[in-house]
Design a protein around this ligand. Structure first.
Ligand SMILES: Nc1ncnc2c1ncn2[C@@H]1O[C@H](COP(=O)(O)OP(=O)(O)OP(=O)(O)O)[C@@H](O)[C@H]1O
Ligand SMILES: [Mg+2]
Length: 451
């Protein structure tokens, strides 16, 4: 047993059932074991994190068939050995679990072991800003159904960082565990995860043995909803490709919170709150750069150079992260020198190790249809700083209706911005990406110019 996976076996050896202690009620057993551990009800409540009233009601058999998580916590706090845990499990399931009366018919397979998954990746150590979004994330709560929040935004804007940071802040509200699945909607050389496989992974993490996971996706999704129906679980689905990938993974019970991140606006998911992330405000962009580089390394840099550097990174967290890593790796450089290099050719400067702004934008581009790619190249290379639908239609020699639909498609994947209704612009780094793309593939440049 490790810290992350606490197990309580529910398959019961026959001799334990026949043990006279098993004739005792749940309350009597709990009182006996609490006495042995020299704990008061208050102390037991404190150790388990349960309400003292819950402990009292359990001990007086007022609360029948408690949540499996509570039982698990009690077993840990009372330091029960494996036989006692098994006994607790069977008594807590109630009289219908006794073999003399026959097992109750199960509507979904009971897990062989109850697992509390703690799958969140490490929190972002130098997390900066996003106060409004964090407040929104912690305030959302549906009363009768699971809460689903979709965070969308352009490549590298900080969707995963926000989802993981929020999940850590909220994790104590979800005692039945936290699941994290990377759906690989935009990962180099990796195809998006089949939701059927994602369901299998989540069911496995929730303690369902592999041989009890059904083959058909609908059955898997139904089992998943059953398993989490009465649990308080926080689920993070990172990097979703589209709504179809996410839909089978939606929980239904009110105790669940699902946070999904995607470069695409998931407008086709019902009852979903949406948080569209923009690049950081200038002050936070500078704070992120300073924190990542280390205050001592920027102490000599004039404030104007710092703000210019953050602006040159488009206030995009991924770009700021890469710029900071490059500066840290070159002890002889100052911020001024980094800025000069960014002014020369920022996209080639914003590449380090496995992180690259170009690679991130390439992945978004590759997910476009052939027609959307053409629109992206034409507008990205020909449009002025800000433009309207009429200009977009003229640049592509098409109708306004068609141009509007094409613009919507680029907006939905955050390769285009709409600063005011029907006014469009490309983020500076996206515009650079189009230019670099056309330089890399001259035949596409020719096609873009003749479109
Ligand atoms: N608010 C923040 N505070 C500190 N670091 C951040 C913040 N937002 C993002 N970052 C950092 O910026 C980089 C890019 O962020 P992240 O990976 O979350 O972007 P993303 O939007 O999920 O990108 P992708 O579309 O590729 O999935 C990461 O190194 C991340 O840790
Ligand atoms: Mg991400």
């Amino acid at each position: 047993m490790n810290d992350n996976h606490v197990r309580l076996t529910t398959s019961l050896p026959t001799e334990v059932i026949r043990c006279p202690e098993a004739e005792l009620s749940l309350g009597a057993l709990l009182r006996r074991w609490r006495g042995r551990a020299l704990l008061t009800q208050e102390q037991l409540a404190q150790r388990t994190g349960l309400n003292v009233r819950t402990v009292r009601r359990l001990e007086h058999n007022v609360l029948q068939q408690p949540r499996i998580t509570s039982i698990l916590l009690l077993a840990e706090a009372l330091e029960l050995d494996s036989e006692e845990r098994a006994m607790l499990a069977v008594v807590a399931r109630g009289p219908s679990a006794s073999p003399e009366r026959g097992e109750p018919e199960e509507t979904c397979p009971a897990p062989a072991a109850v697992t509390i998954p703690r799958e969140l990746p490490a929190d972002v150590a130098a997390f900066v800003g996003r106060k409004h979004e964090l407040t929104a994330l912690s305030d959302y709560q549906n009363a009768n159904t699971a809460t689903v929040i979709a965070i969308d935004g352009m490549a590298g804007v900080g969707k995963t960082a926000l989802a993981v940071h929020a999940a850590h802040l909220l994790s104590s509200r979800f005692p039945d565990g936290q699941l994290f699945v990377n759906l690989h909607g935009h990962t180099r050389e990796t195809t998006p995860v089949d939701p059927r496989d994602a369901l299998a992974r989540m069911l496995h993490a929730l303690g369902i043995p592999d041989d009890r996971i059904p083959g058909h996706i609908d059955d898997r999704a139904a089992l998943y909803r059953s398993v989490v129906a009465d649990r308080e679980v926080l689920i993070v689905l990172d990097n979703a490709a589209d709504e179809d990938q996410v839909r089978p993974l939606l929980p239904a019970g009110p105790g669940c919170l699902l946070i999904v991140t995607s470069r695409r606006r998931l407008i086709g998911l019902d009852d979903t709150r949406t948080l569209s992330l923009d690049v950081l405000p200038l002050e936070e962009a500078v704070a992120l750069f300073t924190r990542m580089v280390g205050r001592e390394h920027v102490a000599d840099a004039p404030a104007g150079v710092l703000t210019e550097t953050a602006e040159r990174c488009g206030r995009l967290p991924l770009a700021i992260h890469i710029a900071a890593v490059r500066l840290r790796a070159r002890p002889t450089w100052g911020v001024r020198h980094l800025l000069d290099r960014l002014n020369d050719d920022r996209l080639s400067e914003l590449t380090t190790g496995r992180h690259s702004v170009t690679a991130a934008l390439d992945l978004s581009y590759q997910r476009l249809s052939e027609d959307q790619r053409r629109v992206y190249r034409v507008l990205g290379s020909q449009a002025g700083t800000e433009f309207g639908v009429d200009e977009a239609a003229a640049m592509q020699h098409t109708t306004v209706v068609r141009a509007r639909r094409q613009l919507d498609q680029l907006l939905d994947v955050h390769l285009l911005q709409e600063p005011a209704p029907c006014r469009y612009r490309f983020h500076d780094l996206v515009r650079d990406h189009v230019s670099a793309l056309l330089r890399r593939t001259p035949c596409e440049a020719a096609r873009a110019n003749s479109a």
